[in-house]
Design a protein around this ligand. Structure first.
Ligand code: XLS
Ligand code: NI
Ligand code: NI
Length: 438
């Protein structure tokens, strides 16, 4: 069977000096660092939607397919979905990356009813299961598309109409069960339309409660079917809604606490979603790690001049070193991984462009990881940080952590004549240390 990707070579690691455009220069999958291979540390995944579903359209070119792929030209939607599936697995094989991710509606077209949609999806995912039998590609996560169809225009779980809530629940049940069957490591919920356009027509309190109920139902069902993977929420502050409820790591954590789900659900953090929320990516990772909800990442980048989710491939490893360091400090991924939620630009119309986008993205993530691992192993930052907080291991620090109150602390200050002396944070020195490793 020939696909859009058949003529492309299998990508191999050739090292930093290679000038071959279709070789990895930094991603040496089997290289062992910090006790594990790079493939095990990064757990890279190729996403279905940007690669095989997006036709290169933009809002000024709606209905104008610029990517010529056989499955876009096929008029029978189920046949087209089969061709797309063959092409997808061909592409995964060329990259040699170990994981993939999908939305239900990426893989299969919608039918007239949910029952029909499920039947079509079953056929396609049975075929995907067969392709996965050789064990070369596993499912990092599955998810249900609860944002494209018009029924979800006012949200899925947070819709004012309970029928939409129920429909979304039924859709998630099916995809969660399939994710389980395909051995998925995680199940993702990105609440693209779980938010509001205007408060004038919105009962925010009610919508949050609906969302809490929905998420609890997902967790209950996960346990009912014995799914051992992690349920992940993917925070994003806005787009498509003006305000999205899953704004960032801290907001999601507060939400999970409210519904008693903080030990059940973690976050899938996307680089450019962090930027859109006004944070750095490392801030989002560090916050999630500190709050115990770090799960997985969606690797991509935005554009400094554009305030939306441009989903470009990461290409600046230095910018990602601080986030990688946070991931390493927190002990790395467990069920999570690095999903390339990234696409080529509209003018990059050839299949080879997609291959090169992933090669660059993979090398960027690998190089960032290697730099962060070396930085971590040098111990220089860890030493500086532990020295900075050393006082907390002393008597006073212990007293405070032991619950000393205002009276007791006031007494100590007066009795010991405490008068703190400010100390430099040494930011420039530490920035110079980081620069020695990028
Ligand atoms: C959109 C999101 C989406 C999720 C999966 O901005 O990144 O692609 O990753 O629904
Ligand atoms: Ni995104
Ligand atoms: Ni994403």
């Amino acid at each position: 069977m020939s696909t859009a990707y058949s003529d492309l070579p299998v990508v191999r690691y050739e090292g930093p000096r290679s000038t071959h455009p279709l070789a990895y220069r930094w991603y040496d999958a089997n290289r062992v660092v910090l006790g594990k291979t790079l493939a095990e540390h990064l757990r890279p995944a190729v996403c279905y939607w940007h690669n095989f579903c997006w036709k290169g359209e933009d809002v000024f070119g709606l209905g104008n397919t610029v990517f010529q792929r056989a499955w876009f030209a096929e008029s029978d939607p189920v046949k087209a979905a089969r061709m797309k599936l063959d092409a997808a697995f061909d592409f995964f094989g060329k990259l040699g990356l170990p994981w993939w991710c999908f939305h239900d509606r990426d893989v299969a077209p919608e039918g007239a009813t949910l029952a029909e949609s499920n039947r079509i999806l079953d056929g396609l995912l049975e075929a995907a299961a067969k392709k996965m039998q050789d064990g070369k590609v596993g499912l990092l996560w599955g998810t249900a598309n609860l944002f494209s169809n018009g029924r979800y225009m006012s949200g899925a779980a947070t819709n004012p109409d309970p029928e939409v809530f129920a429909y979304a629940a039924a859709q998630v049940k099916h995809v969660l069960e399939w994710t389980h069957r395909l051995g998925g490591e995680n199940y993702v919920l990105w609440g693209g339309r779980e938010g509001y356009e205007t408060l004038l027509n919105t009962d925010l309190k009610r919508e949050l409660a609906q969302y809490g109920r929905f998420l609890s139902a997902v967790v209950e069902h996960k346990h009912k079917i014995g799914f051992k993977g992690t349920i992940l929420i993917e925070p994003k502050p806005q787009e498509p809604t003006k305000h999205q409820y899953d704004y960032d790591s801290a907001t999601v954590h507060g939400f999970l606490k409210t519904y008693g789900l903080e030990n059940e659900v973690k976050v899938n953090l996307e680089v450019n979603h962090a930027t859109l929320a006004g944070h750095s990516f490392e801030h989002e990772v560090a916050t999630a790690c500190a709050l115990g909800i770090f799960g997985s990442i969606d690797a991509n980048r935005g554009d400094e001049q554009l305030g939306w989710d441009t989903d470009q491939f990461p290409n600046n490893h230095a910018a990602l070193v601080p986030a990688m360091l946070e991931i390493i400090r927190a002990g790395g991924f467990t069920t999570g991984g690095t999903n390339f939620d990234a696409k080529v630009r509209r003018q990059s119309i050839d299949p080879i462009d997609q291959l090169e986008g992933h090669i660059g993205g993979m090398d960027t993530m690998a190089r960032a990881f290697l730099s962060a691992a070396a930085l971590y192993e040098s111990g220089q930052l860890e030493k500086a940080v532990s020295e900075r907080y050393a006082g907390w291991n002393g008597t006073l620090g212990q007293q405070i952590q032991g619950g000393a109150g205002l009276d007791e602390l006031a007494q100590i200050v007066h009795a010991q004549g405490i008068s703190p002396t400010p100390r430099s944070g040494r930011q420039e020195r530490l920035e110079n240390v980081v620069n020695n490793f990028v």
